[in-house]
Design a protein around this ligand. Structure first.
Ligand code: HEM
Length: 203
């Protein structure tokens, strides 16, 4: 029988649930705003704006909570990347996702109490949680309070650059979400990772 590991404490599950729901809300209302047209509105424009702004504020406060809790509880240790041999570990994990898992091979980096993430997961989480999500939040807050934006930067409209950063990071997070949910289904059995992020235990 496999070992039962308590990997997702309550604070992390609360953060994750709020984050997942708010990001999904941001994606839906964000698409509605991006493609709104006088002849077609997915949702009423002003309602979409209000919900998008509220969800954005929730994601921002929740992100601060994620950062602080990670350092206070020590969960941040799972995000440290050992650079030595990283390339080989990434290739090994990618090979497993592309071929090995379809041939019934066992995962090259099994989860343990000291290794919650495989190398690909770790690099992706670090890239998103410490670069792309902050870029989304900072550009979103800047668009919410445009009076604080310097109007031009080296001759470019800073509002446009901020809007571009916001739309691109939003797009990248939408792509992340699809892959993240797919990869979450690769546990054995298929629902085991989803159960883990709800109950706290990885089995
Ligand atoms: C429908 C939405 C989502 C589902 C079903 C989902 C599912 C999961 C599952 C099953 C896990 C545990 C296994 C693992 O570590 O991969 C997890 C962890 C994680 N998810 Fe999600 N997720 C969702 C949305 C998001 C979003 C929007 C983000 C960030 C933008 C995110 C970031 C993370 C992070 C950073 C962890 C690891 C947390 C830790 O243990 O320190 N997830 N998610």
């Amino acid at each position: 029988m496999s070992e039962r590991l308590y990997l997702y404490p309550v604070w992390l599950r609360v953060w994750h649930a709020i984050n997942a729901l708010s990001i999904l809300t941001l994606i839906v209302t964000g698409i509605s705003l991006q493609y709104s047209d006088v002849n077609f509105e997915m949702f009423k424009f002003d309602i979409s704006v209000a919900i998008h702004n509220a969800a954005g504020i929730i994601v921002s406060i929740n992100f601060l909570y994620f950062l602080i809790s990670n350092f206070v509880t020590g969960n941040i240790k799972f995000y440290y990347i050992e650079m030595k041999g990283l390339g080989n570990r990434l290739i090994k994990q990618a090979h497993y996702y592309a071929f090995g898992m379809f041939k019934g091979e066992s995962t090259p980096f099994p989860i343990s109490k000291d290794r919650k993430f495989n190398p690909l997961q770790k690099v992706t989480y670090v890239l998103y949680m410490f670069l792309i999500v902050p870029a989304l939040i900072i550009s979103g807050l800047a668009l919410l309070f445009p009076e604080f934006i310097i109007p031009h930067f080296f001759g470019f409209s800073t509002i446009q650059l901020t809007a571009l950063t916001h739309a691109s990071s939003g797009f990248l997070i939408s792509v992340f979400l699809i892959i993240h949910v797919y990869i979450s289904t690769t546990g054995k059995p298929i629902i085991s990772n989803f159960k883990g992020i709800i109950t706290g235990y990885h089995e």
